[in-house]
Each structure stands twice: as C-alpha cells, then as structure tokens.
Unconditional design. Structure first.
Length: 382
C-alpha cells in the first residue's frame, strides 16, 4: 500500500565499520538457486546510532558545459568532478556509544583518557565508513521492527563517508546534544535490509563494490544496559571545570555557567589524479583546532591585567566537561577534556534588564596520535 508520508517514527540511522570498502558482515553465500544472498557466519559490523534527533542528507552534481562556435546552447554538460554527498545528524547524549561507533577513541570508565579522541581518524584506521538510513512502513516503529523483507524496508546509503565536523553542547534547561557532519562519495537507494551491496565505490574506477551488508534490528537502547538504560543525560549533572586563574576580570570559580559548545572542523582536501573517477583520498587540513566556548553570568570580578598575558603567555590549561549518571554521581557517563588550551577571547555583555554575561573562548591544537598533552580527549561509558 502506498504511504502518505515518512516521519521520524519509521527511520533508524546506522554506521558501518572502517574502512568503508571492507567487510560488513562476516562471509556470505548464495541463497537457494543462487537468486539471493544470505549471511553465512561472522559478526554484523553495522551498528545503530541512538537518540537521533535530526538527519539530513543530500547530493550535488557539478557539470561543466561543452560549448563550440556556431551553437548558442552547450552541446553537452559533462561531470568532471565527483559529486558532493553530505550527511549531518544530531543526537541527545545518553552515553558515548555513538562516539565509539563513529570511530572516536573513547577510554571506558572514570579514568581520564591519555589518547587523543581522534587518533583513529588521524592514523586512518577509523576514518572512512558507510552510513545507512532505514525506513519501515508507515505507522510502524523502526525500533523492534522485525520484518526484513524488501517490500517493507527501504535503505538510503551514504558511501565512503568522512567526518568533517563534530560539535557537542549543553545548556541550562536542555539535554546535552551532539551534531556530526560527514561527506561521502556516493549515495544509493535500495529495498530490503539484507543481501544488498554497500554504498561504497572503488575510488579509481567509480564502480560499486560487491560487499554485502545487513542492518541489525533497531533497538531502543544501544550501549549501556538494556531496558533500564539511561534515556538522556541532564544539565544538572554537568560540571565544567576551568582554572580560576585563566581569566582576568571575572571570577571563574563563582560565575554561573549557562552553556558550552565544544567543536572542531576536519577540513578535507580531495586528492585526485588522472585515471581516477573519484578522489582517491580526502586528507585532513592541518593544523587542526578544537574550540570551547563558555557562556556564563558574571558574579564577582577579580584582579588582572591583559598586559601581563602579553608579556608571559606560557601557561596552558585543561578545561573539562564532566557529565555524571543521573542515578549515580560517582559514575562518569561522558567527559571531554581540552588539553593544552589557551584563552583566545573574553567578551562581556551588559544591558538594562539582563544579567551581566561573559563568553570565554578557548582553543587547542590537536597533536599526533601519540600526543597526550594537546587536543581533545574523551572518556566515559559506552
């Protein structure tokens, strides 16, 4: 029966393993009569992302006109560069299972991480993967929907996708949320959740790969626990730690923090060569900077002098964001540490009817995978 619309109820978002061109489900054998393909053995490496709030995807095809004397209109419009495929999605933080699935290096537990959160992306072991958006029939929840037939399932695949930006934020009165952007080489549309080819392509020839995938049944909770898993982390369990000596003019220890945003962009330069249909690599543009912006209400002022900072700017700071479990204050669910950071700006705002506020902006450069003193570090539960 034809559907009238698609809403969030019927969709689930998944991420495949790295690399995008690798195996996604053990080994496969031909089905009865060779007419279909079924999983043989091995673990399913495609994993569901949880607490998704938005998912937007698109592709853009650039063409170059072929003109000649004697004709006003172009005789052809040729694709010379590979299409731009983009996917962005956001989710509420419940734990760090999404970060782990997306390829971030997350240290499990309360102990602070000493390994860069993007070490796997930097050394290419976790850089490229495929994404899948499953759609179930109208009126059916994607969660716990067990029918895997091609007639009742549609899948949109984003192939050869690379992370291009990451941002996590929290504020008074709102759930802590995260937004992720990726760019890929290909997008395909398929029926059924099993036995189809992954959306990745061969960058040299542009041909589709013949690796199969299977989407696991969507569940309500991914990562920690099952039926009693934490639904969402809360603003009342967030602690933002800043050194009291980091800012002149504002008492960091007593100011009322209202919100924070921790983000970085992974700018990518496509590397192409003659004979390739697609860019064979999308290398990260360095240096890579992580930024932390903190908005707060000013309570007390302290002494300080900007001139002293200009004279001696040798001190670095390690601001951190810690989010505890709503039911256990001793359990760290997520912790983000910005190591080797410096204060870039300090902006005050005051007007009639509003509390005086300040915005502090810190930044730190990301070091290599073995650098334990600079960049973003993540630990918690996944």
């Amino acid at each position: 029966m034809a559907r009238n619309r698609i809403i969030y109820q019927s969709e689930a978002l998944y991420a495949g393993p790295a690399p995008a061109t690798g195996f996604h489900y053990g080994t496969w054998t031909a089905g009865q009569g060779g007419s279909s393909n079924v999983p043989d053995s091995g673990a399913n490496l495609v994993e569901q992302l949880q607490r998704i709030q938005t998912a937007n995807y698109s592709f853009t095809v650039d063409r170059t006109d072929v003109n000649q004397f004697g004709q006003l209109a172009a005789i052809d419009r040729v694709i010379l560069t590979n299409p731009t495929v983009s996917l962005d999605f956001s989710y509420i933080l419940a734990n760090l299972s999404n970060e782990n699935i997306l390829g971030f290096t997350v240290v499990s537990g309360n102990a602070d991480s000493t390994v860069s959160a993007i070490s796997g992306i930097l050394n290419k072991t976790q850089d490229e993967r495929n994404y899948f958006i499953r759609t179930t029939p109208e009126g059916s929840d994607a969660v716990n929907y067990s029918d895997s037939s091609s007639s009742n399932n549609g899948v949109i695949g984003i192939g050869n996708a690379f992370l291009t930006s990451y941002s996590t934020e929290g504020s008074v009165g709102n759930f802590p949320t995260t937004t992720v952007n990726v760019e890929g080489l290909n997008m395909n549309f398929q029926n059924g959740i099993s036995g189809n080819y992954v959306p990745a392509v061969n960058p040299v020839s542009g041909t589709a790969l013949t690796n199969f995938y299977q989407l696991p049944q969507a569940v309500q909770n991914v990562g920690i626990g099952s039926g009693n898993a934490i639904s969402a982390l809360r603003p009342g369990d967030i602690t933002l730690s800043l050194s009291n000596t980091v800012a002149s003019g504002v008492d960091v220890a007593t100011m009322n923090i209202q919100s924070y945003t921790l983000s970085f962009d992974l700018g990518r330069t496509p590397i192409q060569r003659l004979g390739n249909k697609f860019a064979f690599a999308r290398e990260i543009d360095f240096p890579l900077t992580v930024t932390l912006s903190v908005d707060a209400q000013v309570t007390s002022m302290n002494a300080g002098n900007l001139a002293n900072l200009v004279i001696d700017d040798s001190t670095k700071y390690d601001p951190s964001i810690t989010i505890k479990s709503p039911s256990d204050s001793n359990l760290t669910m997520a912790k983000f540490i910005l190591k080797g950071a410096k204060l870039d700006s300090q902006e005050y705002s005051s007007d009639i009817g509003s509390n005086k506020s300040v915005t502090l902006t810190f930044s730190a450069q990301v070091g290599g995978p073995q650098d334990s003193a600079n960049g973003l570090f993540i630990n918690g539960q996944y």
